[in-house]
Design a protein around this ligand. Structure first.
Ligand SMILES: Nc1ncnc2c1ncn2[C@@H]1O[C@H](COP(=O)(O)OP(=O)(O)OP(=O)(O)O)[C@@H](O)[C@H]1O
Length: 738
């Protein structure tokens, strides 16, 4: 292979960068050590009588230690690959520059010359987005113009420069091709060096605006969402507390799968959780939820699904249910309103009930009910305090006047004395009593309002026929009966969480700790409208990044079947589609597209990025044959692949297969919701859990529970078929995969 003409130049540049990094690294290692020593010394000097100086010393050195350590770790992380690309760029009215782009920026301390620029910086956008020639880019709201002479990519491994490529419109993106043909890690990885223009547009889309992405299987939705988080935190800087950013992942298994990407992208502590876990934490409720996938599996077994059968599941995710819950909140509000009475101290009225009702129902209506009551209590306390003072003054004056009148107005000694005593006795009893009462008037008054028990209230709604008639008055008799019958046993389902969260948000309010300001949702097609609506209202923000794929909507019986409702819910959102798939080969995608074409939804076929591989292979067996399966597995491993999954439609079949292969001595791991994925074994995965994951090679097995020509089954099969990067094997008895 011929070397690039600038190869020598680039070698020198890399040496220069590495040397400078090394120098900084040594300095920061020294700084780490010296600050540690300082801390140790100050600890030893700690004098419990006069320790302020030592404390200050410890604090200063701790901060210094943290800075040095973070610089050291940052440098160590990128030392082996300081940058991956370069742009030759000229900003308008300035000289031209060679800017090297890497995962983090590095400036020369004395000259402030940029040695590496961060991939998230505004100017780096030119690399991802800009064609050669004249262009513009934005730094916040300001537009800058410039001229892009060239874009260059580097292959650097373990600190060594292996290749240099110039890219323009005519050349293929070699780096991308290489990245895609590489072996799958057991976990997702960062893609900063090969982000494509259409992906870059999503990563850098306006940060304060919601965004909806419909992306084909393997189009990089998850990866892009994670890069957008990194970009968001970089751009928002110190001003945004990262623990106010939440990523909602579909399962614990999936969280483990993406666990490495965020640290690689320099993202520290953010809230990573599942929807169910978030709701249970935010509502502080302990509910044992039934397995939502059990229902999915049940649906894949029954022949036809009766509309009424799914009525309960569907309604609980609908905006209609939100309206019902809102009516419930209003009913509870009305009940509470009845409790407002005039507020008195002794016989004196301090505040009218009507004023309190106006506060409760109108002026403070923007707050959750319990928060309104807290505010009313504060207002009442203020009023009571003020009026209590006036009242005491008025009474003291009144008694003084009465005493004066008795003293000077009654001639008869006996009578006067008796009157004075009476007045004084009355005064000495009433004034302290009023004084005391005033101190607790507000809190005693507010005791009539009990805190809500959301779990109990929701359970009441579920089981009370009268409430059904009152709040869901539009339901037919059949629907009401179906709904009531489904609630007999006290079970808690995922579908109930939207309502529980909604009631909590409206009645109690989401506590600050759980009040996220920015939300990223992966696999959003599995959410119901009500889930999204209640999250948005509870969090009082619409800054949501939502990525998903309707073709993989295996929970569409309870979740989204179109993006229209999400667009209506987030009117400020931009909607983008990604049609290109980066994961799999043309041969595999063509077969998966055949399944996609048979779906009820009108979905565009997926365009695979030009990468060829072997054709999917069909292996016919009467039942799962361990010897043949092992031979297929060994072949895959011999061809150099590492991560291999065997996907079945149901959990039950996954268990049977696992038992069989395990007995035959094959290295197998049955993957469950809570599993840690291990390398060097064949992973047996039920199809619903495979969603979002990827493997070098996939075998799909369909024996006991074959995939039928049925909407849910088609989606499950499509999910399974779009998991492999390189090889797909279909294991089945004849007919069952047709
Ligand atoms: N620009 C890119 N450069 C290199 N690899 C990429 C790029 N975009 C996506 N990929 C790779 O494609 C694969 C699919 O990405 P990802 O899992 O994020 O897609 P997805 O849209 O979430 O898929 P699915 O919906 O099927 O779960 C990953 O291996 C990812 O690293």
């Amino acid at each position: 292979m011929q070397k690039h003409p600038d190869f020598e130049f680039e070698l020198q540049r890399l040496d220069y960068t590495k040397q400078y990094m090394q120098q900084l690294l040594e300095e920061s290692r020294r700084d780490v050590k010296s600050s540690q020593d300082q801390i140790r010394r100050s600890m030893a000097d700690l004098d419990y009588l006069d320790s302020s100086l030592s404390y200050i010393n410890i604090l200063t050195n701790t901060r210094f230690f943290e800075m040095a350590r973070s610089q050291k770790e940052g440098l160590e992380a990128v030392q082996q690959k300081p940058y991956f690309a370069r742009i030759h760029f000229k900003k308008e009215d300035e000289g031209d520059e060679l800017l090297y782009i890497g995962k983090t920026s590095l400036f020369h301390r004395e000259t402030q010359e940029p040695i590496i620029v961060d991939w998230r910086s505004p100017v780096a956008n030119v690399y991802y987005d800009g064609r050669l020639g004249e262009l513009s880019y934005h730094v916040r709201e300001d537009e800058f113009k410039g001229y892009l002479y060239s874009k260059r990519q580097y292959k650097i491994e373990e600190g060594k420069l292996l290749d240099v490529q110039d890219i323009d419109l005519t050349t293929n993106d070699e780096l991308l091709q290489e990245a895609l043909s590489g072996k799958a890690d057991v976990r997702l990885t960062e893609i900063v060096s090969t982000i494509q223009a259409e992906q870059n547009a999503i990563i850098r889309a306006h940060l304060k605006q919601p965004i909806i992405v419909q992306g084909a299987a393997g189009s990089g939705k998850t990866t892009i969402a994670l890069h957008r988080i990194s970009y968001f935190l970089y751009t928002m800087g110190e001003n945004f507390p990262s623990d106010k950013l939440m990523i909602l992942a579909p399962s614990k298994l999936f969280m483990d799968y993406i666990a490495d990407v965020l640290p690689e992208l320099g993202v520290g502590r953010i809230c990573q959780t599942t929807y169910a876990e978030y709701v249970l934490n935010a509502t502080n409720l302990k509910l044992k939820l039934t397995d939502p996938n059990a229902k999915l599996e049940e649906l894949t077994r029954i022949a036809t699904i009766d509309a009424l059968e799914l009525f309960v599941t569907r309604v609980k995710g609908s905006m209609e249910y939100k309206e019902i819950m809102q009516r419930y909140v209003e009913k509870l509000e009305q009940q509470m309103t009845q409790l407002f009475e005039d507020v008195y101290i002794e016989k004196y009225r301090i505040m009218k009930a009507s004023r309190l009702k106006v506060l409760f129902l109108t002026e403070l209506a923007y707050l959750p009910v319990e928060r309104r009551l807290e505010r009313i209590k504060i207002i009442l306390q203020g009023d009571v305090k003020r009026k209590h003072k006036q009242l005491l003054l008025m009474l003291t004056t009144k008694y003084e006047e009465a005493l004066d009148k008795a003293l000077y107005g009654i001639r008869d000694d006996e009578k006067r004395k008796a009157k004075l005593t009476k007045i004084m006795d009355e005064r000495d009893e009433r004034v302290p009593s009023i004084e005391k009462e005033g101190k607790t008037t507000a809190s005693v008054y507010m005791r009539r309002f009990k805190k809500f028990n959301v779990k109990k209230l929701y359970r009441e709604w579920l089981t009370d026929n009268q409430l059904h008639t009152e709040l869901a008055f539009h339901w037919t008799e059949k629907e009401r009966v179906t709904f009531g019958a489904a609630q007999k046993k006290e079970i808690w389902e995922l579908e109930d969480l939207a309502a529980i969260y909604y009631l909590h948000a409206k009645l109690k309010g989401v506590a600050d700790e759980w009040k996220m300001r920015v939300v990223f949702i992966d696999e959003v097609q599995d959410y119901s409208e009500f889930q999204l609506a209640s999250l948005k209202e509870g969090l009082e923000t619409d800054m949501f990044t939502m990525v998903g794929d309707l073709a993989q909507g295996i929970h569409s019986y309870r979740a989204l079947t179109s993006w229209d409702p999400v667009k209506a819910l987030f009117p400020r959102a931009t909607y983008t589609t990604l049609q290109k798939s980066y994961r799999t080969t043309i041969e595999i995608m063509e077969l998966a597209n055949e399944v996609l074409a048979r779906m009820d939804e009108d979905l565009q076929l997926v365009e695979p990025v030009v990468r060829h591989g072997s054709y999917p292979e069909f292996h016919e067996m009467g039942e799962l044959d361990s010897v043949k399966t092992k031979a297929i597995y060994d072949g895959i491993i011999e061809r150099g692949h590492r991560s291999v999954a065997l996907i079945s439609k149901t959990v039950a079949e996954a268990k049977t297969i696992h038992a069989k292969l395990h007995t035959s001595g094959m290295p197998v791991q049955l993957v469950g919701e809570q599993s840690d994925i291990t390398e060097h074994s064949l992973l047996i995965v039920p199809s619903h859990l495979a969603k979002g994951l990827e493997f070098d090679a996939v075998m799909i097995a369909a024996f006991d529970d074959p995939f039928r020509d049925h909407p849910i089954d088609r989606k499950l099969l499509y999910v399974a078929m779009t998991r492999p990067m390189h090889e797909l094997h279909l294991l089945s008895c004849q007919d069952s995969l047709q």
